[in-house]
Design a binder for this molecule. Structure first.
Ligand code: ASP
Length: 324
């Protein structure tokens, strides 16, 4: 009996040691969109800022792309719940449940919520060849061209898809949509003139707007932005279009069932990263607002995502677009 107790105690201490040793190997952050795009950029900057609070851990980014972000999210939903595979996703976590009919996972129950990262405005931009120099002229051009005008996005359920839906609904025009595996390749094609329009995060578009590589028409927030590169950009409302306001956000997730002590280490590291001056400087320069409110707490993060699902569901249903 005594021997058994000693063995049990030794086993328990091994478990504790294994838990306290986290992380003992590289951590992977799955990004469900293409490398070089806005979600990818947030993940790489965040990975850098989370290294130190995780004892210098190696954190790599895995771009598991396709299906508007649901392939990467599904990969993490099905991954081992050990804290070594995480998901960085955006507002798609709240739009996919309505936009995608047969989702292979459940946003509400298949993840541990680790905390939110930032809020990011979107911008409506066009290929450099477009003659329109302001939103009113662009609107005229869209009305004249209708489905001949095309709009790139990162697939059904993505932020650019949502923004495009809102725009088309507010304009009362159906354009042709062109899906990509992320808005990095969509932006490259826009600059090259292969597609006409894109609505995308400022974290991807601000330097292209500043460098005049694209035509910039409007920002999707209620107020103008203060970032140097974007402060001259009017809001959609100012430009006479109501009902297309959207601000997107990013959060960090782990598979359901990840041990509580691992989750709290990851959340603590996230909180340190969100205060990191370098991370903040990079984010602010790109028009993103780093989260400082209670949404850095896992329970509040989840509450926010559930509220976003409830907010966007009727809007998406009214726009009438679903995919299998
Ligand atoms: N901005 C993309 C979207 O529209 C995703 C990305 O490429 O980061 O959802």
């Amino acid at each position: 009996m005594k021997r058994l107790l000693v063995l049990a105690a030794a086993a328990a201490s091994l478990v504790v040691n294994a838990q306290t040793a986290f992380p003992a190997k590289p951590i992977t952050i799955v990004v469900p969109f293409a490398a070089g795009g806005p979600t990818d950029r947030v993940a790489r900057d965040l990975a850098e800022a989370m290294r130190k609070p995780l004892g210098g851990a190696i954190i790599v980014v895995d771009n598991a792309v396709g299906a508007g972000g649901s392939i990467g999210a599904n990969k993490v939903a099905k991954a081992a719940p050990d804290g070594y595979t995480l998901l960085l996703h955006h507002i798609g976590m709240a739009t996919m449940p309505t936009l995608v009919r047969n989702m292979p996972f459940k946003v509400e129950t298949d993840f541990e919520y680790l905390g939110m990262i930032n809020d990011v405005p979107m911008t409506v931009i066009g290929k450099p060849q477009l003659a329109a120099t302001n939103f009113a002229d662009l609107r005229k051009w869209i009305n004249e061209n209708k489905s001949k005008a095309n709009l790139a996005n990162a697939g059904v359920g993505s932020a650019s898809h949502l923004c495009g839906l809102l725009l088309q609904q507010a304009l009362g025009v159906d354009m042709t949509t062109v899906p990509y595996k992320g808005t990095a390749p969509a932006l490259a094609d826009l600059i090259g003139g292969q597609v006409d329009l894109l609505c995308d995060q400022t974290t991807n578009t601000s330097s292209q707007i500043e460098g005049k590589k694209v035509k910039a028409y409007a920002v999707t927030t209620a107020k103008r932005l203060s970032t140097a590169a974007l402060r001259d950009l009017p809001t959609l409302q100012e430009s006479g279009l109501k009902g297309a306001e959207v601000t997107i956000w990013h959060g960090l997730y782990a598979p359901k069932g990840t041990p509580a002590d691992v989750l709290s280490k990851l959340n603590a590291a996230l909180k340190v990263a969100l205060k990191d001056p370098d991370f903040n400087k990079k984010q602010e320069g790109l028009g993103a607002v780093v989260v400082v409110d209670k949404r850095v707490e896992p329970a509040e993060h989840k509450k926010f995502v559930l509220a976003e699902i409830a907010k966007w569901s009727p809007i998406i249903k009214a726009a009438g677009v679903y995919a299998d």
